[in-house]
Design a protein. Structure first.
Length: 109
């Protein structure tokens, strides 16, 4: 069993005890406290890791991924609408001579 030197009386005390059996001095470096600190640090690191992973994972795969897909859909729809507009304009131009012809025919009656 590892021993530590008591800062008050200088006697060697087992690490597993909280206070020096010789003078009753509370040992801040004893095993239970160290374990508690290690546990606390581990819990904090684990919590931070979970928070970081979840906050990074969602934007990369879910949130921004969905926005990118939505943008792509919107761009596709806009290009489709532009195509339709151009087609309609072209058809209107193409139909104009026919309309003129109809007007002339109607006038002749
Ligand atoms: Zn002591």
């Amino acid at each position: 069993m590892a021993h530590v030197k008591c800062p008050q009386c200088g006697g060697y005390v087992s690490r597993s005890v909280e206070a020096c059996p010789g003078c009753g001095y509370f040992l801040p470096g004893h095993r239970i406290l160290k374990r508690l600190i290690v546990l606390l640090v581990l819990a904090t690191v684990l919590t931070l890791a979970i928070v970081i992973v979840t906050s990074l994972w969602r934007p990369a795969v879910g949130f921004f991924g969905d926005i990118a897909a939505h943008d792509a859909k919107l761009e596709h729809r806009v290009s489709q609408m532009e195509d339709q507009k151009q087609r309609a304009e072209k058809e209107a131009k193409d139909e104009r001579p026919d309309l003129e012809l109809d007007r002339i025919r109607n006038r002749g009656r």
